[in-house]
Design a protein. Sequence first.
Length: 217
Amino acid sequence: MNIQLAKSILKSALRRIIPQRIRVRFTPYQACVKPEGKWNQEYTDGRWDSLEQVGELAHYSVVVGYCSSIKPHSAILDVGCGTGILIRQLRTAGFISYLGVDLSEKAIEQAKKHQSEVVRFEVANAEAFQPREEYDVIIFNEILYYFPDPRRVVSRYAEYLRSGGIVIISMHRTPNSRKIWRLLEGCGNVRDAVCVTNTINRLTWDIRVYAKPEGTQ
């Protein structure tokens, strides 16, 4: 029996013996990295139009609720803002300023329809973007899956929080998002955490609020 065949048989046997949830836990996190051109094409093709549907409303509402309850009248940075879905909900939170950044030029073109004196959007690579001011709230809404090192990204942005500021993270529950939550352990004090489930589309989101996470190695 050759080595490759033996490995294949062993892997097949392990898949039958070890439950999937255990296998998933011990597989490394893999980011879903996409170039700007890919994002632009997907927004042009309507790939992300589903994020506008009512089935997504629950987790947006939780994010907005945290903003309005914990940090009303705040300066908000929305990392990976897409077409500006959150700003439409955030108008009820009473913020003083909002900046949304996203890698996709096509997404920002759509988002800029919602610009105003206190609402701005900017095309930027979130991994390299350097904020020019401090914020009360920094939001990562369904974006951390696309970073090779999500912990480093969160810790870096947390340096731009004002005293008493918060980081809000929302992620659709998947095996990969569970890995990210584990990577974020010890990254900061969790002020609150909740999960919401849409029973129609059977999707669940986890949302957590961190109180100014400290940068770690």
